[in-house]
Design a protein around this ligand. Structure first.
Ligand SMILES: [Zn+2]
Length: 193
């Protein structure tokens, strides 16, 4: 199962995810970096360590979280290339070809324009923790139970602490379902360009 984490609007939540990964060395995540969320820069050091250890993959979630389908070609490219440079400058690695379009909004024009700047791997999801939709802690736990299964790409958000409250339960769930967590590049290749 690929546990993917987007946005980073809550610094305490982002810290909790980093701590979770530090404390459980079998866990892996793919983090989609949103450049305008300050948590990324604040936690650059521990996140870089996790990236270098192969525990975290970083993907591009754009500069300002605008719906790409509503932007001009030039602005789509700007949203991706600004964030790509930010990831390289902040973490010393490339996002490769991986990007997640904000709100999951994507069409054939966005796919083609993103390809022109090297982003050939748009990533959506099959299953959500609900943390991006103001789900309650109890609702988040229901969503985790519903969606965390073998072969799934599950979307989670570090914008609040709802999933954080359920970390212990989620770890138990992964164990009881015999699930291992993988990064997207573990499964689909490293996306170097
Ligand atoms: Zn997002």
């Amino acid at each position: 199962m690929a546990w993917t984490l987007d946005d980073g609007f809550s610094l305490p939540a982002m810290k909790a995810y980093v701590n979770l990964l530090q404390d459980h060395d079998h866990l892996k995540m793919t983090m989609f970096v949103l450049q305008e969320a300050p948590a990324w820069k604040a936690l650059a050091k521990p996140i870089t360590e996790l990236v270098n250890a192969g525990r975290v993959q970083l993907g591009n979630h754009t500069w300002q979280h605008k719906s790409l389908t509503g932007l001009s070609d030039a602005h789509i490219k700007e949203q991706l290339t600004h964030c790509g440079k930010f990831i390289e400058d902040t973490f010393g690695v490339s996002a490769g070809t991986y990007f997640r379009p904000p709100y999951g909004n994507i069409d054939s024009r966005v796919i083609n324009v993103a390809r022109e700047v090297g982003y050939t791997t748009p990533v959506l999801w099959l299953g959500s923790t609900g943390a991006g939709d103001k789900e309650s802690v109890a609702g988040n736990w229901k969503m985790c139970q519903k969606w965390m299964h073998d072969g799934r790409i599950v979307i989670d958000h570090s914008n609040s602490d709802v999933t954080v409250h359920n970390f212990a339960k989620v770890l138990g769930l992964l164990k009881s379902r015999n699930l291992t967590t993988v990064t997207l590049q573990d499964v689909f290749g490293n996306g170097l360009r």
